[in-house]
Design a binder for this molecule. Structure first.
Ligand code: PEP
Ligand code: MG
Length: 594
């Protein structure tokens, strides 16, 4: 039979191209019958429920231990969040009520309450709540399976290479991803900040999420292509399409192989100007790929993910352990730990952040912690103590003015005095820096530069505030323009302010990993580009093929351009002429140009 080729467009969340056979993984709660339970049998039904909860907990503990060995503590903690659902009275009590008061069986009660909670969470349309809903679904499916006495594994071992196509990749599926035979993942649900995205990226499995109804169209064993670079997924590809993608894949792999030789060379222009390439990470487990991609330190450790993967506030000792782990592995390079940037799109239940009309401009980052200083104090303590074992520095996000800088520095000083009193080891000379991501901080950069040891420009937030464009709102995404002349001028102002006080100026927004902008950023004088480890080869290659004086001239010309369209075209044209790899880069990154 000649099946029709069909193309789907999703969100690319982990790079790479795979061509293979579909292996479907669906997460429906297994079928069961709704049954009435006689009054005298209801206690027994509750006991049956309790036993399945115990069994579920044991399974989650075992998964956690296995995952901890393989991908590290932070990802493994996802299973702690799932285990916490078992104890949550909003989950367990209504289930028992349905059994006891309505006289219905445990399987029905579990799936009914799970569905109710999931519907409520989905109604919020918040990425974090959607992740929580995934966890509830995953746990409910496991409990019902245990009640029915079905075996735990949703899929048997993949005996031959296949592409995992799923309605939703759940944390407990990570175990399947570790099997060598999983070539790629395509999933109906999930956003870029979903567990799926985080996990596949950190495990290096190409993935595309947000494909809506893909699994509904599948019977299994169809052929499929997943392009984690562009977000394209092609079902039932024709032989011509397969040939085309096979050659794309070969070219991409050759390109990567060539880049991997460059990754371990310094990012130095032909005329000897050195740029530091450091990494942005969310989880300690990503350190492995930082080292393997030849990166010189961590320029942004988004420490709030320690909250989000645990769904609880990590105590000082837990944080200390995680920071030490990262610092030890990254030494002799430096780890820049950004204090928690919660709020905006990153919320979690232990520190209930109210629903706000403008969450990105609301109770966020250091604002949360100046109201709740004990959390920030605990984090500063953990960072200062961990910095005693290797090079680390502290970075405060979302700083708007000098008053905040002085307040934060005083807090660090108070922590130092306390640690001294307690006789603890700590680094009293730790470098303190801030993110420049608010327009007010740019305007005051010359004053603030006198008080801090480094700047790191956060173009993700800076762009949204300078242009008044919500970075997460799809409706205005075409107006979200980090290469806008207004943003570029702000970068220039910040670099000049930092350099006139002799401090380092890094850039850690997504713009740092966009090759179209590399020459411009180098020419503007940015000292450090902090990027995803996977972009290291590309960015180094570009830097190594330019002259610094040429980049400075280019940036000076770019600063004279008045419109975004012209500026972008100017950058793209230069990239095309300057770099031999441009065609292959454009083919694999066209989504970065939109
Ligand atoms: C930024 O705003 O550019 C940044 C790097 O921080 P985040 O994306 O975590 O807000
Ligand atoms: Mg930011």
């Amino acid at each position: 039979m000649n099946l029709l080729e069909k193309t789907f467009i999703g969100l690319p969340t982990a790079p790479g191209i795979a061509i293979g056979e579909v292996f479907i993984l669906r997460h429906d709660i297994p079928e069961f019958r709704e049954q009435c339970i006689l009054e005298e049998k209801r206690d027994y039904e509750i006991t049956r429920l309790e036993e399945s909860l115990i069994k579920t907990r044991r399974q989650l503990d075992a998964l956690r231990t296995r995952m901890e060995d393989i991908v590290g503590d932070s990802i493994a903690r996802i299973f702690d969040a799932q285990a916490a659902i078992l104890d949550d009275i909003e989950f367990k009590d209504p289930i028992c009520e349905i059994i006891r008061d309505d006289g219905l069986n445990a399987e029905f009660a579990v799936s009914k309450i799970a569905q109710k909670l999931v519907d409520t969470l989905h109604a919020t349309e918040d990425e974090i709540f959607r992740v929580k809903a995934q966890d509830i679904n995953d746990v409910a499916r496991r409990i019902v399976k245990n009640l029915l006495g079905k075996s735990e594994s949703a899929i048997g071992p993949l005996k031959r290479p296949a592409i995992l196509v799923t309605d939703n990749l759940l944390p407990s599926d990570v175990i399947h991803l570790l099997r060598e035979n999983v070539q790629a993942v395509a999933s109906d649900l999930g956003g870029v900040a979903s567990h799926t995205a985080i996990l596949t990226r950190s495990l290096g499995v190409p993935s595309v999420v947000g494909l809506k109804d893909l699994t509904k169209l599948l019977a299994g064993e169809e052929r499929i292509i997943v392009n984690g670079n562009s977000g394209k997924v092609i079902l039932n590809p024709s032989q011509d399409t397969i040939n085309k993608y096979q050659s794309k894949k070969n070219k991409y792999e050759e390109y990567l192989a060539e880049l991997s030789d460059i990754e371990h060379l310094p990012a130095e222009t032909k005329d000897g100007h050195r740029i530091i390439i450091s990494a942005n990470i969310e989880l300690p487990s990503e350190v492995k790929s930082v080292i393997s991609h030849g990166i010189e330190g961590i320029g942004l450790f988004r420490s709030e993910y320690l909250f989000l993967t645990r769904n609880a506030i990590p105590v000082e000792e837990d944080q200390y352990r995680d920071y030490c782990d990262v610092i030890r592995k990254v030494a002799p390079y430096t780890v820049t730990i950004r204090t928690f940037d919660l709020g905006g799109d990153k919320v979690f239940t232990d520190l209930p952040i109210p629903t706000e009309p403008n969450p990105f401009m609301g109770w966020r980052a250091i604002r949360v912690f100046s109201d709740e200083p004990k959390f920030l104090r605990a984090q500063i303590r953990a960072i200062l103590r961990a910095a005693a074992i290797g090079p680390a520095r502290i970075m405060f996000p979302f700083v708007s003015d000098l008053d905040e800088v002085l307040y934060l520095k005083e807090m660090v000083q108070n922590v130092i005095e306390k640690l001294e009193e307690e006789g603890k080891d700590y680094d009293g000379n730790i470098e303190i820096g801030i993110m420049i991501e608010l327009p007010s901080a740019v305007m005051l950069a010359d004053r603030i530069a006198k008080e801090v040891d480094f700047f790191s420009i956060g173009t993700n937030d800076l762009t949204q505030f300078v242009l008044a464009v919500d970075r997460g709102n799809e409706k205005v995404s075409s107006l979200y323009r980090p290469l806008h002349p207004a943003v570029i001028r702000m970068i220039k102002t910040t670099v000049d302010a930092g350099h006139s006080e002799g401090i380092e100026v890094a850039l850690c927004g997504e713009l740092a990993a966009n090759p179209i902008a590399t020459m411009l950023l180098v020419g503007l004088g940015v000292d450090v580009l902090s990027i995803s480890p996977f972009a290291s080869g590309e960015i180094k290659k570009i830097i190594r093929s330019m002259n610094y004086h040429q980049a400075v001239d280019f940036a000076n010309e770019a600063l004279k351009i008045n419109t975004y369209k012209q500026l972008k075209a100017y950058c793209i044209e230069t990239m095309k002429h300057q770099f031999a790899d441009a065609p292959i880069w454009f083919e694999n990154n066209n989504y970065k140009l939109q």
